[in-house]
Design a protein around this ligand. Structure first.
Ligand code: KIV
Ligand code: ZN
Length: 505
């Protein structure tokens, strides 16, 4: 059976999800679970894009040894050098070098002629192949490019020494039949294509990303690029779990083999959802909460007779177990640490576990604490490692008549600062006070969600916010038994992401 290579780009293309900014600790946790899942290649970031991205690639290169670690670079000398530097400690490394090839991108974005693009690609490929043994070459917006131009530029890439040629459907435009045909055309016409891997990279704007990736495989692609839960820019990327389970479940049809341990899929889906703050819809294939739920009487009857009547995969095959761990006040640090590992947090220091355990205990005295709560506690801890502002204290005055007043104290660096503000209700007042303390000129609250994570009047409340701050989008979330505290923490969490990027969005 043909082996299909999985390049996971959750940490690079997936992090281009609007409002998502993950720090190094969170990225390393995800990389470790991707390694357990068995992906062949982790695209860890775009080192030239920011200092933060550079450091993430560096950290993952040092700590994740089994998969190949890949970094993205434009056809720009400094990008290639930054990637080489960031990847220097990786045991196995790859450079993904890209340039746009569609008329619309070349003319309006690059402002280059097709000849200039060919020349730039050739020059950068020779530098890249001198610095790296493993170079992938990607044509951005390939599906809106002239197929013969693609052949020309891929000829140059293969001659220069690229080992993988990648065909991105950057704007999710192609249909499966067209995309499959394009893959076949490239395979047949690029000189030396038989000696290199052909890869697909599909976006989901028309909901066809996974279908397009599978069509590519049917037409000879050796590699698929994808993300966990399909996260990514706009409608996202092809979802890894959908492609993987299609290839596994329909091995009779595709005749391909994958090196993934699919029982890790549920765990990594939850970890990415929790760290990215992007909820998985209940009907999302493979990992949605309803995927193995059977509502109608006829279905339930069939399931009782034989599960195969209505299930084409078992819940166990994607790592969904019947056990529903609930940790309570009697759970000790050892059980808590073990649960963290099972949830995918494997890089926390003993001190980090102790701090998270203390927070867990303060909640567990009141309630049973679910996996979601534990993940929220750890994610807040991870965020706190790079935070600039920390909530110290708040006081609220509100009632049924008149406006509310909030006094908020934040710590920043060695000092503390306080502000009072009024608002339409306690949360509005508190947000106004934090806004003043942050020094941001322009903040709009685009989304705001509060929900009870557990049951009862002493339930843990979860707050999520999405802010536009000085033109960039930032999300924040928090849990606490005090819902107002939860809201303020979520707001501060989003502002920390803004402050951490130097306000660059
Ligand atoms: O979608 C795309 O074209 C990309 C490339 C940079 C590989 O992500
Ligand atoms: Zn992409």
């Amino acid at each position: 059976m043909r082996h299909i290579v999985f390049l996971d780009t959750t940490l690079r293309d997936g992090e281009q999800t609007p409002g998502v900014h993950i720090n190094r600790g969170g990225k390393l946790e995800i990389a470790r679970v991707l390694e357990k899942l068995g992906v062949d290649i982790i695209e860890a970031g775009f080192p030239a894009a920011s200092q933060g991205d550079f450091r993430c690639v560096e950290e993952i290169s040092r700590n994740v040894r089994k998969p190949v670690i890949c970094a993205l670079a434009r056809c720009v000398e400094d990008d290639v050098k930054a990637a080489a530097e960031a990847l220097k400690d990786a045991e196995k490394k790859r450079l993904n070098l890209f340039i746009a090839t569609s008329p619309i991108h070349m003319e309006h974005k690059l402002r280059m002629t097709p000849e200039q693009v060919l020349k730039r690609a050739g020059d950068c490929l020779s530098l890249a192949c001198r610095l790296f043994d493993d170079v992938e070459f990607s044509c951005e917006d390939a599906t809106r490019s002239d197929p013969d131009f693609l052949v020309k530029i891929f000829d140059i890439a293969v001659a220069a020494g690229a080992k993988t040629i990648n065909i991105p459907d950057t704007v999710g435009y192609a249909s499966p039949a067209e995309f499959g045909e394009l893959v076949r055309y490239i395979r047949r016409n690029v000189k030396g294509a038989d000696s290199v891997a052909v890869s697909s990279h599909c976006h989901n704007d028309l909901g066809m990303a996974a279908a397009n990736a599978l069509a590519a495989i049917e037409n000879g692609a050796d590699q698929v690029e994808c993300t966990i839960n399909g996260v990514g820019e706009r409608a996202g990327n092809a979802a890894l779990e959908e492609i993987a389970m299609a290839l596994r479940t329909r091995a009779d049809h595709y005749g391909c083999e994958i090196g993934l341990d699919t029982t890790v899929l549920t765990r990594i889906s939850r970890l990415v959802s929790s760290l990215y703050g992007v909820t998985v819809p209940v009907n999302k294939p493979i990992v949605g909460a309803n995927c193995f739920a059977h509502e109608s009487g006829i279905h339930q009857h069939g399931m009782m007779m034989d599960r195969r009547t209505y299930e084409i995969m078992t819940p166990e095959s994607v790592g969904l177990t019947a056990e529903n761990f609930v940790m309570g006040k009697l759970s000790g640090r050892h059980a808590f640490a073990k649960r963290l590992t099972e949830l995918g947090y494997t890089t926390l220091s003993a001190d980090a576990v102790t701090q998270c355990f203390a927070r867990f205990k303060s909640y567990a005295d009141k309630k049973n604490v679910t996996d979601d709560d534990i993940m929220a506690i750890v994610n807040e801890y991870l965020d706190s490692q790079t935070q600039i502002y920390r909530l110290v204290n708040f006081q609220i005055q509100s009632g049924s008549s008149g406006r509310a007043m909030a006094m908020v104290t934040l710590a920043a660096g060695d000092g503390e600062m306080s502000e009072a503000a009024i608002g339409d209700g306690p949360i509005d007042a508190a947000f106004n006070a934090v806004h003043r303390l942050s020094g941001a000129t322009d903040i709009s609250l685009d989304e705001f969600e509060i929900k009870a994570v557990t049951e009862g009047t002493d339930a843990l409340g979860e707050a999520r916010v999405k802010l536009t701050v000085d033109g960039g989008v930032y999300t924040g979330r928090s849990v606490s038994p005090d819902i107002i505290e939860s809201c303020i923490r979520a707001y501060v969490n989003a502002l920390n992401k803004w402050a951490g990027t130097g306000g660059e969005g």
